[in-house]
Design a protein. Structure first.
Length: 370
């Protein structure tokens, strides 16, 4: 590669998703000259394809630490960058005793979670009241509009002096330099935040952590709800997923009960959940399929499952507005892949579906690393 280039910066971030933007923001706060390169013309990765749910309460271990940092950054950045961060928490609706048991056990660990009876959950979220046996409110959780938030942060960072190089693919990275499709860029420090495409630039790191692509069926729908859905809404399926819930003693019995009631839900690794952006539509998801690549073909059975379960939960018809495939990095071994393959180069990947919860919070830990 060439020597120091004219546009040399202190910190060069590869990847303009929420993880890369978090690094750029933190580096900027620390007074660094910062640039971001992304091969796309704008933000089109997982950071705009998700629910926009910062799912703070059920995180454990390092994810909980990153989530608390991220929460502070979401609320700080929202007024600066001009996007909405709803601080109304999230709800879980329980429709069977095993779901209530997991929520009660999680509460008994001291988690910041308020248990609700059947009447209270039906007052809080517009589900078919006949099916709810109770639920919970998770007061710390946040909601952003996923199509608005990361693009707004990028636009604001640009006004603060962060340079963005769009449509610029990183082809190779070494200490001090990134070889791109538009020439070399140099920096004192490089942070690579390319999500599942970590395997394109650092295959050995990705393979050691067994990182694959997890692809998800997602849709946005018009649903004549009894009243607006004001917070993210999780279901019993979500209690099998987030570590704080999934680690509870009753989670095994819940999994058995859900598998008996809806085998297709297990087959599709369903996480039935919802958020409603400011336009009143409802984001509906999701399924999970993991493999090395992300083939573009989406089996209609996955959508049929989401639509049937959504109509059952809300007791209302669903009109699909758009469908998409989400993709994120997934590792069976760890929730985060944070490595320094060569001096001055950090690789930062969230290797499960909690990057909107934790992504903005990784930055101080990464930048503090020697
Ligand atoms: C359907 C779905 C629902 C989800 N729901 C939630 C949720 O509600 N809550 C939550 O916490 N998390 C959720 N997640 C997870 C979350 O969205 C991701 O963990 C997070 O967005 C990952 O951010 P990122 O910056 O690592 O990746 P991305 O947003 O994918 O950004 C990576 C960027 O790297 C760029 N790139 C890749 N390779 C190169 C290269 N060689 N050169 C230059 N640029 C490159 C890409 O163009 C892309 O812009 C969901 C994910 C999906 C897919």
């Amino acid at each position: 590669m060439t020597g120091r280039t004219d546009d040399h910066v202190d910190v060069l971030v590869v990847g303009a998703g929420i993880v890369g933007l978090g690094i750029a923001y933190e580096a900027m706060l620390r007074g660094a000259r910062v640039a971001v390169v992304d091969r796309a013309a704008g933000i089109v990765g997982a950071s705009v394809r998700n629910f926009g749910h910062a799912c703070i309460t059920p995180q454990t271990g390092e994810a909980a630490r990153y989530a608390q940092e991220a929460r502070r950054r979401w609320t700080t950045l929202a007024p600066l960058a001009g996007f909405t961060a709803r601080e109304r928490g999230a709800h879980v609706v329980a429709r069977r005793a095993e779901e209530l048991a997991v929520l009660e056990e999680h509460r008994s660990t001291g988690a910041d979670l308020r248990l609700l009876d059947a009447a209270a959950i039906a007052d809080a979220v517009p589900v078919d009241a006949a099916t709810a046996v109770g639920g919970a409110h998770l007061p710390q959780d946040l909601q952003v509009d996923p199509r608005e938030a990361a693009p707004a942060i990028a636009a604001w960072l640009a006004t603060q002096g962060v340079q963005f190089h769009w449509r610029t693919a990183a082809l190779g990275i070494e200490t001090g330099a990134v070889r791109t499709a538009r020439g070399d860029l140099t920096a004192d420090r490089i942070v690579v935040c390319t999500n599942h495409d970590v395997d394109q630039l650092f295959p050995a790191l990705a393979e050691a952590a067994e990182v694959v692509r997890c692809r998800l069926h997602m849709l946005r729908a018009a649903i004549p709800l009894a009243f607006p859905l004001a917070t993210p809404l999780l279901t019993g399926w979500s209690l099998l997923r987030y570590s704080g819930f999934a680690g509870m003693p009753s989670a095994g019995a819940l999994r058995t009960a859900l598998a008996e009631a809806l085998p297709e839900g297990i087959r599709w690794d369903l996480n039935q959940m919802y958020t409603s952006p400011p336009d009143g539509s409802v984001i509906v998801g999701d399924t999970h399929e993991r493999e090395a690549d992300a083939p573009p073909f989406q089996d209609e059975d996955g959508f049929r499952l989401l639509l049937a379960e959504t109509e059952r939960l809300f007791g209302a018809p669903v009109r699909v507005l758009d469908r998409w495939q989400g993709v994120y990095a997934s590792s069976p071994r760890q929730e985060f892949l944070v490595e320094r393959p060569v001096p001055g180069v950090d690789v930062v990947t969230v290797t499960t579906g909690i990057g909107m919860t934790t992504g903005l919070g990784l930055a101080p830990f990464v930048l503090d690393g020697a």
